[in-house]
Design a protein. Structure first.
Length: 421
């Protein structure tokens, strides 16, 4: 029986695995490393986070992004965005050096099992563990506006459904959303010759400012410190003190998780959008239907004025909504035991443990509990260290043993894979 199964091999899953291996836990890691970054972001995108705030986490801090960049002749400097392809390659490099060998099979089901949990892989193998860490990223939580649901994928897709945008060359595309994914997608479409417009509910688009210089007078740093989520004391608190954030009243945490660091474009995208892409702020889609050659969008403005437009395709860059009922890999029985917050997200304790003992959660799904940092790579370090400490605490309070019963009789004994150096 394993001590821990880590389900997911993105920045959070790999960081958790690195800390768990260093702690001597008997573990297995499942998932295609950096899959979201490799398969669900178009070529040409850049990482919005600063390079120094985009490290995966190992206990010794040896396998940082700047180390990878120096080794591969790349630049990792403040206020210089890193290409998504380079960040994905960094994650693979981290996995090779800091994590036990990753099993790239997909885990299709996690259920309560003998002495803990049973996980079933895509090819039917059952594995048993005393604890499970779900680090499934954002893909289970894709959010598409109600008016667009049910339309064929040839007409409507989510921004995360594209690893490239070549299929839209020479076409007419409407991007819905006002955040980085929407604006950068629109810029890439325009640059390849697509006729593109951005439709957003907000009255106007928001743009992040160029970050202040890394080296600056002390009084400027005191007034507005750097943080992994941007300058300013509020961002510093979200970034550097997620444990204290969790102590805020639930209503305050919910409000901040919903409103903080809202939709905005990076400063380096602005010139590629304004004056280049048709912008329709202050509009919301109320209905959509297929028409010859594409689809028709019925819209209403903030002033109540109704209008319509026709387009060949809609890309919904409308984010993700982390709800328990979207954790489809959990068995219905296990999912039904989880305590949930009013927004549908799971309750997590101080060590990222859910209300089901031994089931730990990481990433976006924990943002209502630990704050906005959990929506970014920045949160991986705190999560990995805290979650593994919680797993060790949980293991000390549950029975031990190296064998478990398996269906059909007999016993199963399993051992960990070594970390490769």
């Amino acid at each position: 029986m394993y001590d821990l199964l880590v389900v997911g091999a993105g920045p959070y899953g790999l960081s958790i695995a690195s800390h768990a291996a260093a702690a001597g836990l008997n573990l297995r890691v499942f998932g295609r490393p950096m899959a979201s970054w490799r398969d669900h972001m178009p070529r040409g995108m850049f990482l919005k986070s600063e390079p120094w705030a985009s490290n995966l986490s190992d206990p010794a801090g040896r396998w940082r992004l700047d180390v990878y960049c120096a080794e591969h002749g790349l630049e990792a400097r403040h206020a210089r965005p890193i290409p998504v392809e380079a960040f994905a390659s960094y994650g693979l490099w981290f996995a090779r050096h800091a994590v036990p060998e990753v099993d790239e099979r997909t885990v299709t089901r996690v259920a309560s099992g003998p002495g803990g949990f049973t996980a079933v892989t895509e090819d039917g193998q059952a594995l048993h563990a005393r604890a499970v860490a779900l680090a499934v990223g954002v893909m289970p939580f894709v959010e598409v506006p109600q008016a667009l649901r049910g339309l064929h994928p040839s007409l409507v897709t989510h921004s995360s459904h594209h690893s490239d945008l070549d299929r839209f060359r020479g076409k007419d595309v409407t991007v819905i959303g006002g955040g980085q994914a929407a604006l950068e997608t629109a810029a890439l479409l325009a640059e390849q010759g697509t006729s593109v417009r951005v439709l957003a509910r907000a009255d106007g688009l928001r743009w992040n400012d160029v970050p202040p210089p890394w080296e600056r007078p002390w009084w400027q740093s005191v007034r507005s410190p750097h943080s992994g989520l941007g300058p300013g004391w509020r961002n510093w608190f979200y970034s550097e003190r997620p444990g204290l954030f969790r102590r805020l009243p639930e209503s305050t945490r919910a409000r901040i998780a919903t409103t903080a660091l809202g939709p905005a474009g990076a400063w380096w995208v602005r010139d590629r959008v304004e004056g280049v892409v048709e912008l329709l702020p202050g509009h919301e889609v109320t209905a959509a239907c297929a028409v010859p050659g594409g689809l028709r969008l019925d819209m209403v403005s903030r002033a109540g004025v109704r209008s319509a437009l026709e387009t060949e395709h809609v890309i919904a860059a409308t984010g993700f909504r982390a709800r328990c009922d979207r954790l489809g890999l959990l068995s219905p029985e296990l999912r039904g035991t989880l305590a949930v917050l009013p927004d549908g997200s799971p309750v997590v304790g101080r060590d990222f443990e859910s209300s089901q003992p031994g089931l730990f959660l990481a990433g976006l799904v924990t943002a209502p509990g630990f704050g906005p940092a959990m929506r970014f790579v920045q949160g991986a370090s705190f999560t990995a260290e805290t979650l593994v400490r919680g797993v060790r605490r949980r293991l000390r309070t549950t029975p031990t043993g190296g064998t478990v019963p398996v269906p059909g009789g007999g016993r199963l004994t399993e051992s960990p894979s070594p970390v490769r150096r």
